[in-house]
Design a protein around this ligand. Structure first.
Ligand code: COA
Length: 640
């Protein structure tokens, strides 16, 4: 987790981070076997072991591929970046909302009226421009690693993609474009979505940025224009919520028309999208706010008041439900968290800038984006609407604030909080399913040039041993045995974390070997056709920690991050450990009869409390032993 340093990114221009390493082949293959052995049937594992041994044998296919990968590493800044981006995001055909785009839920706002909401939106936009100026000037303080292996500078590249990226849908694969404009041709407009209409809001007039009051005035014009029923156009944004191939097909139909090409070009080149949402009519509970941020509530609510391809999409609901949903391919959640914190600090930290904004210029009204359509396109809109409806009805979200303890208690046990939480998640899953499954935990590799993430495979053999001891029906395990297993599970998890953040995890490496074989037009190596490999990449448990940085906003303005599961029978678990509590956002799909977010949360709570009890009993027992041995070593007092 990053902390902010004093050095800025431009100071660091000359400081080159190391390249992502390619781990030794044998090390990866050994780790792979260790990771999967207890997750597949014994017979299957035997097969896998033989396949892996053939792959890694001297003079075998593995050696050839490894050599090519090392050559690729020498030639490129980051050998895994493109492979990873395509595999993780661009080749994925699923709809962006829920399946891919994470959201950050802002603190609930109490707007008195529409104008109040627009004032908030205007200040948010000013905050975005303020942050963007820092990003553009490369003036953000460099992040330094915290936690495990603290103190190393981290790659800042992801920040430069925040406002410059756009993901184009493709028939087979998407394209992520990052604008590398000269400052003079940088975009100077934001797209505002309101009542499913899209408007161009120029944020610069006569070479001067709009002040807060001017933005409020422009937003008021937008609100008014959106209310004009005669000019209202169909909800084109809904197309971007569809499967990527479906949206690519629809986009092809749209671009046949010059007007549509013009509207698309303006959206594709904007700084960000700001969605002014209608009141949702839902209670502003954590769950509902998370759901609304992830999918907008479908066409009936604000699901079409979005443009999912754009990387930063801020939502300001007239009912005070606010947040940001982001297209994930250009950056990780940590960058989203840092940006959101800056914005919250900007919005809440300083007295109203409106008071100080002395004048308001007469500005031309924002422009409505126009669309040409025909019955075919109307049919596509209808089909997208149906598919979004299914996605909305399918998402089962449970935001759970665990209040009994947080990071401090765990640190006092001399354990890594992140590893502890991962082991607790394994316990929860085991309680629900009596087995462990392939688990993904994102580990940042920003210690390296253009580093994104690799995977910490948390379903370890040691975690299995621990959860079995905790759930044993015969209660055959003593506290000291359980405690021993807990420590072993946490140690192994921590070691894997350290390996992952230093570029020694296995997932990126295996992907690299697979992709290089494809590039060489080789037959797919059998290791990658093996049932075990396929199962090991089906992440039923997809987890990640997102922690607010040291840039603290008051604790009353708590924000949280959330996302959906990555497979139909899986869970998405995003967690945020704070000193005295932990926030979990657990998601799954209603359509799958084997998953239930509420059941998982119940098991998680139970497990966290049981581990707490175990630690407390063990500490009490240790104190007692220490006391009695101290007593025994003291000279006997006779009282005479
Ligand atoms: N005893 C006492 N304290 C300990 C400890 C121990 N044995 N082990 C760790 N700690 C402390 C650390 O010093 C740290 O202290 P701090 O809060 O003062 O900084 C704290 O506990 C947290 O450390 P830990 O829980 O071990 O985790 P971490 O911060 O190193 O995080 C990852 C681990 C994997 C989450 C992190 O490396 C990472 O990659 N984060 C990014 C994930 C990401 O990309 N998410 C977004 C995906 S979209």
């Amino acid at each position: 987790m990053p902390i902010m340093g004093k050095e800025t990114a431009s100071d660091r221009g000359s400081q080159v981070l190391p390249k992502v390493p390619v781990p030794p082949l044998k090390q990866t293959l050994d780790t792979y076997l260790k990771c999967v052995q207890h997750l597949v049937k014994e017979e299957q594992f035997k097969k896998t072991k033989a396949i892996v041994e053939r792959f890694g044998a001297p003079g075998g296919v593995g050696e050839v591929l490894q050599k090519k990968l090392l050559e690729r590493r020498d030639k490129m800044t980051n050998w895994v970046y493109d492979y990873w981006l395509e595999d993780m995001y661009l080749n994925n055909r699923l709809a962006l909302p829920v399946n891919s785009s994470p959201a950050m839920v802002f603190p609930k706002q109490m707007f008195k009226d529409h104008r109040d909401a627009l004032r908030f939106a205007a200040r948010l936009i000013r905050g975005v421009l303020d942050y963007k100026a820092l990003v553009d000037a490369r003036a953000l303080p460099v992040d330094f690693a915290r936690g495990q292996l603290a103190g190393t500078p981290l790659c800042m590249e992801q920040y430069y993609h925040l406002f410059t990226s756009y993901r184009y849908p493709g028939l087979k694969t998407d394209t992520l474009k990052v604008q590398m404009n000269a400052a003079s041709s940088a975009p100077e407009h934001i797209i505002v979505a309101c009542k499913n209409q899209f408007f161009v809001l120029d944020v610069v007039a006569n070479s001067k940025q709009l002040n807060e009051l001017e933005i409020v005035s422009q937003l008021e014009k937008i609100l008014k224009m959106s209310e004009n029923a005669e000019e209202r156009l169909p909800p084109f944004g809904i197309l971007t919520s569809d499967g990527r191939t479906e949206w690519a097909q629809a986009r092809e139909a749209l671009t046949k028309d010059q007007t549509n090409r013009g509207s698309l070009a303006l959206i594709e080149s904007c700084i960000c999208v700001v969605c002014l949402d209608e009141p949702s009519g839902l209670q502003p509970s954590d769950n509902n706010r998370a759901l609304l941020m992830l999918h907008g509530g479908g066409r009936e609510k604000n699901g079409a008041n979005r443009w999912y391809d754009k990387s930063m999409q801020f939502v300001v609901g007239m009912d005070g439900i606010c947040g940001v949903v982001c297209e994930h391919s250009p950056f990780e959640g940590i960058v989203l968290v840092q940006c959101s914190e800056h914005l919250m600090k900007y919005i809440t930290g300083s007295p109203s800038k409106i008071v100080r904004a002395s004048s308001i210029r007469e500005l031309p009204p924002p422009r409505r984006l126009l669309w040409k359509y025909n019955p075919h396109i109307q049919g596509l809109l209808e089909a997208s609407r149906e598919r979004l409806k299914r996605l909305v009805n399918n998402l089962d979200m449970d935001v759970f604030k665990f209040k009994a303890y947080g990071k401090e208690f765990i640190k006092n046990q001399k354990m890594s909080p992140d590893a502890f939480i991962q082991v607790a998640l394994q316990l929860a899953f085991y309680k629900c399913n009596k087995r462990l499954v392939s688990t993904y935990e994102s580990a940042s590799i920003r210690r390296f040039q253009d580093g994104r993430v690799d995977n910490i495979r948390s379903a370890t053999l040691e975690a299995l041993a621990f959860v079995q001891s905790m759930t044993d029906e015969r209660a055959a395990f003593t506290d000291s045995e359980k405690m021993k297993r807990l420590r072993a599970a946490i140690d192994v998890q921590t070691n894997y974390t350290v390996a992952a953040i230093t570029g020694m995890a296995i997932d990126n490496h295996l992907l690299g070997l697979l992709r290089i074989a494809k590039e060489l037009n080789m037959e797919k190596p059998e290791i990658f056709c093996d049932e075990t490999y396929l199962a090991s990449n089906h992440f039923i448990l997809s987890t990640s920690q997102t922690v607010p940085s040291s840039l603290q906003v008051p604790t009353t303005v708590e924000m949280f991050c959330c996302y959906g599961p990555v497979v139909p029978n899986g869970y998405g678990v995003c967690y945020n450990p704070q000193s005295d509590h932990i926030i979990f956002c657990v998601s799954s799909f209603w359509e799958n009869t084997k998953t239930s977010s509420a059941v998982f949360v119940k098991a998680l709570k139970e497990g966290l409390l049981e581990i707490w009890d175990l630690c407390n009993r063990s500490s009490a027992a240790a104190t007692k032993v220490a006391d009695s041995s101290q007593e025994a070593s003291q000279p006997h007092k006779s009282g005479k």
